[in-house]
Write a protein that binds this ligand. Structure first.
Ligand code: SF4
Length: 322
């Protein structure tokens, strides 16, 4: 499968079949907390990145083989609305199944009418908004030069007016950046104008792209939750066990690590096995250099080993032998 992965456990969408519509890593932003690394192609240009029929074929195959999927989610290795075919693909999925469709987006292109129109048939749109001032937008999200936070907020407000589905807005809170009174008051004003159905507060709880993306603690998040409003919740780590079998476990894990760093507990929960057994599978993949270990906030994570890193290790080993 090239475009479809999972289902993977998600804090907000339960078991979600992922559809990855843009190649690594095309995004309009380069967030300092990004879990999949720095943006290599920062752009606001929408393109047709994948043959529509191939994506549809993979989704069809997956939903016929895998049961207990709670959402079909457009997300993955970058910003999915950069794919100009997303509207057509969502419409095709809606004809094919009653499984709800979700779109995880950074929301930066929602000021465009074509993007708003493309997402109208989705059941849930999950945009993010981490700043309400251009300075903090630049510091946290490192946007494409053409993007202005007023236009992003305006786009979200506009979309709310024409969209009948659910909007679950995520705010990533980071120490020393958007957790100060001034920015929080501005965010509160923006959020009450956008009127999302839910507000999800998050912090950098997995290895971020930059070490200076520093998380808040639960007490701080709860204080901000109380300040923002009642629709607001702090989203915590997901620990649900999933019954069922996954045929190619190695490949499943490799595909997951491409999209976010994972722990042995994540794998144990998804596969319904003990954490010790999950550790063994991960160690085997690490030994053949498919994945690599990283440490963050006293926790061990595994992420994809990029081809360049594999080659560098080969070179070091070769020179040690000689
Ligand atoms: S967190 Fe999302 S929006 Fe930000 S750089 Fe990563 S993929 Fe792009």
């Amino acid at each position: 499968m090239k475009y479809v992965y999972g289902p993977v456990p998600s804090r907000r969408l339960n078991f979600s079949l992922g559809v990855d519509l843009v190649p690594y890593k095309n995004c309009t932003l380069d967030c300092i907390y990004c879990q999949i690394g720095r943006t290599t192609h920062k752009s606001v240009e929408r393109k047709s990145f994948a043959p529509i029929e191939n994506v549809i074929k993979e989704i069809k195959k997956s939903i016929s083989e895998v049961h207990a999927i709670n959402f079909i989610t457009f997300s993955g290795s970058g910003e999915p609305t950069l794919n100009s075919d997303i509207g057509t693909i969502i419409n095709e999925v809606k004809k094919m199944t009653s499984i709800p469709v979700a779109v995880l987006t950074n929301g930066t292109l929602l000021f465009r009418e074509d993007v708003q129109k493309d997402l109208l048939k989705a059941d849930v749109v999950l945009p993010s908004l981490d700043a309400a001032s251009q300075r903090i937008f630049r510091s946290i999200n490192r946007p494409h030069g053409s993007l202005k936070i007023e236009a992003v907020i305006g786009g979200l407000k506009q979309f709310r007016k024409i969209y009948n589905g659910q909007i679950w807005l995520e705010i990533m809170l980071l120490r020393g950046l958007n957790n100060n009174n001034g920015e929080l008051h501005k965010l509160k004003k923006a959020v009450s104008a956008i009127k999302p159905d839910k507000i999800h507060l998050n912090t950098s709880s997995r290895p971020p792209s930059e070490i200076f993306a520093i998380p808040l603690d639960l007490f701080e998040l709860t204080t901000i939750k109380n300040f923002l409003n009642n629709n607001c919740e702090v989203i915590a780590d997901f620990h649900k066990k999933r019954p069922g079998r996954i045929k190619d476990v190695d490949n499943f894990i490799i595909e997951m690590t491409k999209r976010r760093p994972i722990t042995s507990l994540d794998i144990a929960n998804i596969l319904g096995i003990s954490e010790a057994n999950a550790e063994k599978i991960l160690a085997k993949l690490e030994a053949v250099r498919k994945i690599k270990e990283t440490h963050y906030e006293n926790k061990k994570y595994y992420s994809i080993m990029m081809e360049k890193q594999q080659n560098a290790l080969e070179t070091i080993n070769e020179s040690e032998k000689n």
